[in-house]
Ligand binder design. Structure first.
Ligand SMILES: *Cc1c(COP(=O)(O)O)cnc(C)c1O
Length: 373
């Protein structure tokens, strides 16, 4: 935020723990090629668009009434999509997984409670913590940004965290966590009865046979697996996130959710997409090809891409990442500067978008007259 805005905010009787904070603010710029916020770049397939349009038209006839507060049909469909023996009682959904995470913090966090995250990780975790007056504790990762079971479990025990965020694959680094980490963190959280959230926003983009933390749910009533339709389902604009957990966790969240929080339009949209997911999943496969292509090409350019199980690639080896970010923007390609020295993050585009990014990047690196550090 600009400083006079901050000054004016400061004159308000704002809650102490919100003073001096900036809102989430990935730039929304009018640029031809948007590879900055890990959206699905492949658009909504025509048959899915048609199904959504039809479903929303039907929903419009009943908009004088409040929607199904329990979004029963949607929970059924999400349970069926996830598999793993889950039933609608295990499912909860909200307007984006950000809202699901917020509701979890409202129910299990709050004053006097601590949430533990492992930066660099999703930038919303600390913001959601401050919004619910939950203390956010920054854990540490290895120098290569990895997180092993022993270190993670030690940190859970040392901090006595009430809530633990495990992002897998991690945003911004793109790398998945072994399930041994989730198991160790869950066990270590026994003493503080920690709620363990595994944020699998990008799970559909993982390499084949990557196990999901959904397999760990049986018998672990403090474990929550969070998912979203914003990425693989190409529905960032519709706002539908969800989680799988023990039925009593969903019941706890019913205590804090606003009544009718999922509009009839949202429910209809999400259901239509779930019912027509074949074309969406075909696009996911193409995005994975572009993602792997980016990794290969960045290696060829002498850069250091991290292993990615997501629809984006985090890469290092840049002498001046901000100059590269700006140069790409000037060439019409917006990517993300996540504020980590020497690194940038790029979302896998369509084939032509990915080509445009790679061509522009190579020209910039050549233009610097020096190969990367
Ligand atoms: C994009 C993203 C989400 C999804 O947020 P929505 O509110 O569902 O759009 C959740 N977690 C991570 C780590 C993400 O990158």
């Amino acid at each position: 935020m600009v400083s006079d805005q901050l000054e004016r905010l400061d004159r308000l009787p704002l809650r102490t723990n919100l003073r001096g904070l900036s809102p989430y603010g990935a730039p929304q710029l009018d640029v031809p090629i948007l590879l900055n916020v890990n959206e699905n770049t492949h658009g909504v397939p025509a048959d899915v668009q048609a199904a959504i349009t039809e479903a929303v038209a039907a929903a419009a006839t009943g908009l004088n009434r409040y929607p199904d507060r329990e979004f029963t049909e949607l929970r059924e469909s999400l349970a069926e999509y996830l598999g793993h023996g889950l039933t609608p009682d295990n499912i909860w959904a909200a307007n984006g997984s950000n809202e699901v995470l917020q509701q979890i913090l409202q129910a299990f966090g709050g004053p006097g409670r601590k949430a533990l995250g492992f930066p660099p990780t999703y930038s919303m975790y600390p913001l959601l913590a401050s919004g619910t007056d939950t203390e956010y504790v920054r854990g540490v990762r290895a120098d290569d940004y990895g997180l092993d079971a022993e270190s993670a479990a030690d940190q859970v025990r040392e901090t006595g965290a009430n809530i633990v965020f495990l992002c897998s694959p991690n945003n911004p680094t793109g790398t998945g966590l072994g399930l041994d980490v989730v198991e160790a963190v869950y066990e270590a959280g026994e003493a503080s009865q920690a709620i363990v959230i595994v944020d699998e926003a990008y799970h559909e983009f993982a390499h084949d046979n990557t196990p999901s933390a959904l397999t760990l749910l049986p018998g672990r009533e403090r474990l929550i697996v969070s998912r979203t339709m914003s990425k693989a389902f190409a529905l960032a604009g519709a706002r539908l996130g969800y989680m799988a957990a023990a039925p009593e966790v969903a019941d706890a969240i019913r205590l804090v959710r606003l009544p009718y929080h999922l509009s009839a339009v949202t429910q209809a949209t999400a259901l239509a997409a779930l019912n027509h997911r074949e074309a969406l999943m075909a696009d996911v496969e193409d995005i994975k090809i572009q993602r792997d292509r980016i990794v290969t090409e960045l290696l060829r350019l002498g850069l250091k891409p991290a292993a990615s199980d997501s629809n984006y690639v985090f890469f290092g080896g840049l002498e001046n990442p901000h100059a590269i970010w700006q140069g790409l923007l000037d060439a019409g390609v917006l990517i993300r500067d996540v504020g980590i020295p020497g690194h940038l993050r790029v979302t896998a585009g369509t084939e032509p978008e990915t080509t445009a990014f790679l061509v522009a990047l190579e020209a910039l690196l050549d233009g610097q007259g020096s190969k990367p550090a």
